[in-house]
Design a protein around this ligand. Structure first.
Ligand code: AMP
Length: 281
C-alpha cells in the first residue's frame, strides 16, 4: 500500500483525529529525507510498536548553520516515497517551509547543558533548530512514540530531555545505528562523498573501534586518541572536530570507560561532514 502523502497540517490533523477516534496509537519518525536503511529501521520499529506510523520529511533550514550545506542537502522525495511502500508507513508528512514557519513565527525551543559540547559547539544554533522543529512535529502528529537513531547520539539526548522537560506525552525511543558492510554509518550525507572519499570513509569507524578496544583493555586515553587521530587523518579526513569519550547519559568528558560511555566523533572528508559514535562499555 502506498503511504498517503500529506503536505498540510490541516489534513494531517484530520487523519490523526480519525485514527485517535478509533483508539489507534501513532508512532512518528522525523527525518530530513534521502532515506536509507537507517531511517527504514526506525519505520520498522514504529510499525512494530504502534498501530500507525507517520514518517516526516522536512529539511529544516533552522538546523543548518551553513547555507551551502542546506542547499546541497540531498533531496530525493519520489524515491523516498517508493522506499516506504513495502514498510507500510501510513502517512508521509512533507510540510513546506510556510507550513512549519509561517510569517511571524517567533518561538525557539532551546535545551541547555548537553547542547553546549560536541556538535552544539561546532554548529551554532543547530540544536535550537532541532529542538524547535521536533517539538512542533511532536505536537502536530500527536504521536505516542517517537523513533530516533543513536547515529545522532547527542540529538537523541537533546530530544529525550526536551520531551521530559516540556511534559510532552510522548516516549522517545533510541534505535541502533545501521551501518554499511564496511562499517560506515549510513547517512544521507554519504551520497555527497566522491567515489574515492567513499572508500576512505570507513576508516573513521575503524579508528574509533580500535581506540575503544584500547580503552577497554586499560590503555592510555591520550596515546590512544593520538593514534586514532593519526589514522583518521591518514585516511584523508581534513579536519577532526572532536573525538571524545563521554558518559552515555550526560555526555560528560571522561578518560576511562568505567561506566557506560560513548566515543563520539565528527570529521570532514572531501568537504562532507561525517559523524559517528559507538558504545564503550
Ligand atoms: P536525518 O534524516 O539525518 O535527520 O535522520 C533522521 C533520523 O534517522 C534521526 O533520528 C537519525 O538519527 C536517524 N538515522 C540517521 N542515520 C541512521 C543510521 N545509520 N542508523 C539509524 N538511524 C539513523
Amino acid at each position: 500500500m502506498t503511504p498517503t502523502i500529506i503536505r498540510t497540517l490541516k489534513e494531517l490533523r484530520e487523519v490523526v483525529a480519525g485514527w485517535k477516534a478509533k483508539g489507534e496509537t501513532v508512532g512518528v519518525v522525523p527525518t530530513m529525507g534521502a532515506l536509507h536503511q537507517g531511517h527504514l529501521s526506525l519505520v520498522r520499529a514504529a510499525k512494530d510498536e504502534c498501530d500507525r506510523a507517520i514518517v516526516t520529511i522536512f529539511i529544516n533550514p533552522k538546523q543548518f548553520n551553513n547555507p551551502e550545506d542546506y542547499e546541497n542537502y540531498p533531496r530525493t522525495e519520489e524515491e523516498d516515497a517508493r522506499k516506504l511502500v513495502s514498510l507500510k508507513a501510513d502517512v508521509v508528512y512533507v510540510p513546506d517551509g510556510e507550513q512549519m514557519y509561517p510569517s511571524g513565527f517567533a518561538t525557539t525551543v532551546s535545551v541547555k547543558g548537553i547542547t553546549q559540547s560536541l556538535c552544539g559547539a561546532h554548529r551554532s544554533g543547530h540544536f535550537d533548530g532541532v529542538a524547535t522543529i521536533v517539538t512542533k512535529l511532536f505536537t502536530q502528529t500527536q504521536a505516542k512514540k517517537a523513533y530516533f537513531g543513536e547515529k545522532d547520539y547527542q540529538q537523541l539526548q537533546v530530544v529525550t530531555r526536551l520531551a521530559l522537560d516540556l511534559d510532552l506525552p510522548i516516549e522517545v525511543i533510541g534505535c541502533p545505528t545501521i551501518r554499511e558492510e564496511d562499517g560506515l554509518a549510513m547517512s544521507s550525507r554519504n551520497l555527497l562523498l566522491s567515489d574515492r572519499a567513499r572508500t576512505w570513509a570507513p576508516e573513521l569507524h575503524r579508528a574509533m573501534e580500535e581506540m575503544a578496544e584500547g580503552l577497554l583493555s586499560g590503555g592510555d586515553h591520550a596515546s590512544l586518541k593520538a593514534a586514532a587521530i593519526k589514522r583518521i587523518e591518514r585516511a584523508g579526513f581534513s579536519e577532526i572536530e572532536y573525538l571524545d569519550l563521554r558518559t552515555a547519559d550526560k555526555l560528560e568528558l571522561v578518560e576511562k570507560p568505567d561506566k557506560p560511555t560513548r566515543l563520539l566523533a565528527a570529521a570532514w572528508l572531501g568537504g562532507v561532514r561525517l559523524i559517528d559514535n559507538i558504545a564503550v562499555q
